[in-house]
Design a protein around this ligand. Structure first.
Ligand SMILES: NC(=O)c1ccc[n+]([C@@H]2O[C@H](COP(=O)([O-])OP(=O)(O)OC[C@H]3O[C@@H](n4cnc5c(N)ncnc54)[C@H](O)[C@@H]3O)[C@@H](O)[C@H]2O)c1
Length: 327
């Protein structure tokens, strides 16, 4: 089976590509390398083996159609998107054009080609300020930032395509992935906006300190709560989802999280314990677009796909640290 992976030079896409190649799938990676790295592509090759690479921007529909006209594949995993929540508040148009516009072009081109299976990277950000915790997939979608809004729009588009019998899809709503593939491939976002690599970088002295955005939330220590998931658990969820996608028609949606939440301060303390780093920090104003608490109810993915997270927060931090030390 051949899988087209968009955004495969980025963090989650590259590790998924490596794992799929190791599991016997043929892989074609498509990326514009705006945020992804050639070095990451080289590492996939070293760790897992060969794949085809297409450098194209999803926003350029003409070039996309030409490029995809030359290859055959059975399913798509669509990771390519802009991901920084804060930037999305400042540049909503760019986010909509890339995340929604890019996905729409891709879907139109692959459906025209006759490809029927689509796995989509959605996010817990679609839930906004959830009314229910832990959050079930049936919760209302009320994003509070343009990043979350762009993902809701793609989910709705996929529902329409499924209604018309044109494209079967699974939407995976990731909570907070972190960690690495054996310390070899990991998070290299520029700019980095995710908590665990930011704490590690402040501990290494690569950044002056860690900024904690707000300690006046209604949580046990005033800092926001998130559900952290090991990248290898997340990648495994894609393999389970791909197998399910082969069997279903229509569309389905799953949270990918552990069901356990940690505050920013708890993560900070655990990083210090695991790494023994001394990490300078400062509490600053809340950041626009952040929710108080996002914790998954993972019971649907556990029951339907038989997937369950295997790693805990300490494992995640240890794995992220192994990678960060090489950077
Ligand atoms: N990392 C997280 O915490 C997280 C959480 C929830 C959901 N997600 C989703 O997972 C996906 C992957 O996230 P990531 O952390 O690997 O991001 P990343 O930035 O590391 O990777 C995204 C990749 O997509 C490519 N890309 C972006 N726009 C493109 C375009 N128009 N054409 C071609 N390539 C393009 C980039 O060059 C990059 O290599 C995203 O869709 C993101 O919204 C990520």
């Amino acid at each position: 089976m051949t899988i087209l992976i968009t955004g495969g030079a980025g963090y989650i896409g590259s590790i998924t590509a490596a794992k799929l190649i190791q599991s016997g799938y043929k892989v074609i990676i498509l990326d514009n390398l705006e945020k992804g790295h050639q070095e990451t592509l080289d590492q996939i090759k070293q760790v897992a083996g060969d794949f085809e690479f297409i450098k194209v921007d999803l926003r350029d529909k003409e070039k996309l159609e030409l490029a995809l006209g030359e290859v055959d594949f059975d399913a798509v995993i669509h990771f390519a998107a802009y991901i920084e929540v804060g930037r999305s508040v400042k540049e909503p148009k760019e986010f909509m054009e890339n995340n929604f516009g890019g996905a729409k072009n891709l879907i139109e081109v692959i459906v025209k080609k006759g490809v029927k299976k689509f796995l989509f990277s959605s996010t817990a950000a679609v839930y906004g300020h959830p009314e229910e915790l832990p959050i079930p997939e049936t919760a209302k979608l009320k994003p509070i930032n343009p990043y979350g809004e762009s993902k809701v729009r793609v989910e709705k588009l996929l529902e329409k395509y499924a209604d018309f019998g044109k494209l079967d899809s699974i939407r995976l709503r990731y909570f907070n992935p972190a960690g690495s593939l054996n310390g070899l491939i990991g998070e290299k976002h520029e700019p980095e906006t995710h908590l665990i690599p930011l704490i590690l970088k402040a501990g290494k002295g690569e950044r002056d300190k860690l900024y904690i955005f707000g300690n006046d939330y209604e949580t046990k220590d005033g800092t926001p709560i998130r559900d952290y998931i090991h990248i290898m658990d997340l990648v495994e969820a894609h393999i389970f989802a791909l197998k399910h996608l082969e069997k279903i028609s229509g569309t389905d949606v799953f949270n990918v999280g552990t069901g356990t939440g940690y505050t920013v301060k708890e993560v900070f303390e655990t990083v210090k314990e695991v790494t023994r780093l001394d990490v300078p920090y400062e509490i600053v104003e809340r950041r626009e677009g952040d929710s108080k608490e996002l914790v998954a109810d993972p019971s649907k993915i556990e029951a339907v796909l038989g997937w369950k997270a295997q790693y805990n927060l300490r494992d995640i931090i240890q794995s992220a640290w192994e990678f960060e030390k090489t950077q």
